[in-house]
Design a protein around this ligand. Structure first.
Ligand SMILES: [Fe+2]
Ligand SMILES: [Fe+2]
Ligand SMILES: [Fe+2]
Length: 399
């Protein structure tokens, strides 16, 4: 069934504001919820946060009072949506458990997007990034076992494998090498723009989360690991945001943001297994349809073009959380030793990469390595180093 969000009627904006009772959502059950329900919640929280921060940045750059007022009205509703969505997470989960869930999102959402992305250059950006978050999941799983004495499999529930990807130590690159070429707003397929916005938002939320929760741990190794991986999330946000065409007008960006929210709420409404959560996705979709109508109205008036010229005529294939184990193993066996050089990718430890590595590591073994050694020493066994068929030894060709 085709769904064109531009043709659908949503809830009028003045009826979207919730009272305290309506905002007081019941959290999911931490022991029985589908891990992918939690992944959808985390994804939508990242999307709402991006919609809010985008709207603030737009307002700061926009001299038109009427537009600033319209942005403020819609933004208040986006804030309430963010509260309803993120407050679905149960308060019982530890920071580290939520972290593991964030990395599960990064792995399975990015892998799915990579599989669906039609543009080869953009697809490569997702394939490259996913192998790094895959490894972060493994490092945090070791930390979790060491300080909370539990297995990450309890959280990710066999849907996502926990094992080494591209070693975290090797993710520290010169910032110049994290900037990609952007897509061309005239030529890129609408679905490519939505993918880029989605993954950028998810990574940005992870970056913000680590920046804030990292120092809440007492254990030095935990504090250090959050610092290290937090800096890689900065690299990931730079990597993904650089894919978006900066020549898109503010109005066009607003339109794309609202359209993407419609796309994702619709996708999750179609694929959600928890009926209470599904009802929230449906309600929010009906709110977003009205946000999109408002953004379209503003776009016509201030940008002068027709929304149909830049948006997809119908929603693309629903974004789906599903296991990507085979796909990820294939990527590990073919792309584990890739790094970036300028806007492209190489398999060699080029000079700028080596210099940066020497500067950040100096003579200190990074936390991402020590956490594995410490956990092995404490538990007496390797977390999981082998994959069936053998793990390809990681080595960048020396220069
Ligand atoms: Fe929203
Ligand atoms: Fe990341
Ligand atoms: Fe919205």
């Amino acid at each position: 069934m085709t769904f064109n969000p531009l043709r659908e009627r949503g809830i009028p904006l003045d009826r979207q504001v919730r009272n305290w009772r309506e905002l007081d959502v019941t959290p999911i059950d931490p022991d029985h919820a589908d891990p992918y329900t939690r992944c959808r919640i985390i994804t939508m929280n990242g999307i709402e946060i991006e919609s809010i921060m985008f709207s603030h940045h737009f307002a700061r750059r926009c001299p038109d009072l009427g537009v600033r007022q319209r942005l403020a009205e819609v933004r208040y509703v986006e804030q309430q949506q963010q509260k309803a969505v993120n407050w679905l997470l149960p308060g019982l989960a530890s920071v580290l458990e939520t972290t593991i869930a964030y990395e599960q999102v990064a792995v399975d959402l990015t892998a799915w997007v990579a599989r669906m992305e039609p543009d080869p250059y953009l697809r490569k950006a997702y394939e490259f990034g996913v192998l790094e978050d895959f490894d972060h999941l493994y490092r945090y799983a070791n930390l979790y076992e060491m300080i909370e004495h539990r297995k990450a499999e309890k959280i990710v529930d066999q849907l996502t494998e926990v094992m080494p990807g591209r070693p975290t130590k090797m993710h520290h690159r010169h910032p110049v090498d994290n900037v990609r070429e952007h897509y061309d707003r005239e030529k890129a397929k609408p679905v490519s723009k939505l993918h880029a916005l989605t993954i950028m938002s998810a990574e940005q939320q992870t970056m913000n989360f680590y920046m804030n929760v990292g120092p809440t741990y007492m254990e030095p190794i935990a504090r250090q690991l959050y610092q290290e991986i937090g800096l890689i999330e900065e690299e990931h946000v730079t990597h993904y945001e650089s894919l978006l065409d900066p020549r898109e007008t503010w109005w066009e960006q607003w339109l794309n943001h609202e359209y993407n929210e419609c796309y994702l709420y619709h996708s999750f409404m179609e694929t959600e297994s928890d009926p209470k959560v599904k009802a929230i996705w449906e309600l929010h979709l009906n709110m977003e349809l009205e946000h999109l109508r408002i953004a379209a109205e503003q776009f016509r008036e201030h940008d002068g073009r027709d929304p149909e010229q830049v948006l997809a005529p119908t929603l693309p294939t629903p974004v789906t959380f599903e296991p990507n184990k085979g796909y990820l193993r294939e990527l590990i066996s073919t792309q584990i030793d890739h790094t970036t050089l300028g806007t492209g990718y190489v398999q060699e430890a080029h000079e700028r990469f080596q210099r940066w590595q020497e500067q950040v590591h100096d003579d200190v073994e990074p936390a991402s390595e020590r956490v594995i050694d410490d956990n092995r020493a404490r538990s007496g066994e390797e977390y999981r180093l082998e994959i069936e068929g053998g793990h390809p030894l990681y080595s960048l060709r020396s220069h």
